[in-house]
Design a protein around this ligand. Sequence first.
Ligand code: ZN
Length: 293
Amino acid sequence: MFTPAPRFRWPGGARCAVMLCFDVDGETTALEQDAKAACRVTTWSQCTYGPTVGVPRLLGLLDHLGVGATFFVPAYIARHHPQMTRAIIGSGHEIGAHGDIHERLYGLTREQEEAILQRSIEDLTEIAGKRPIGYRAPWFELNRWTPELLLKHGFDYCASGMGDDIPYQYANGMIEIPGQWMLEDWEQFAFNADPAWGSIPQNCASVYELWWREFEAMHRYGCCFVLTLHPWLSGRPSRVQLLERLIGDMQAKGDVWFAQGHEIAAWYRSQLSESDGVATRGTDDDFKIFKHA
Ligand SMILES: [Zn+2]
């Protein structure tokens, strides 16, 4: 087996970076689709499970394993669960912006999108006591102008693109820490009968296999492994155990840098001035001709 050159140089000689993201969508999962979603008592309660049961359980696991994470919290969730929001910050994790009621950006005007962004900055800053500098677009979808709005409002990074498996920059310099659908729990675990969400939930053993194989390959290629989990899904007991096993096995493998979004963005920025630190994209190096013997 050949050893590919790592895509990027990570701190302390680590082979890859791991960013654990928790998108605390909670009640906004239902609310963004239906303003009267609270009348669906059971659906609503499934969403509430995330902020009230999932987050405390996940915070306990992260504390036990000694790893930091980034929580993207819609402003509505911060307003309705201020104690949870402060517990995330108090436990040493990062909070990033994630809309107000998880509005899909596609279809919004620039003005509408900016107003939501401003509201979420104000609410998160007031409730968490810290201004967010990271942003995850609801549904992982940006508008063409979103990087400009993020720069204008003091954000340091975006975690909503899928154009690479290491960080990259938009034309205006905004740093992107990309994710991918395979490393998401919605596709694996989401289900609701009516309104219909997700499909048949996967069993944890096959999800472990899916994520571990991608991690091992990203470790080999020197990438940034960005895992996106929702506490109303991944806060369920067997899935918390899956996460415990996954993170424990990553720690045992070694040469892994567990980092929050702001740390990855700061490291990436520090490497921009180092000529050999940043992988270039679409250069002659990427497209060199391999001669087959
Ligand atoms: Zn979300």
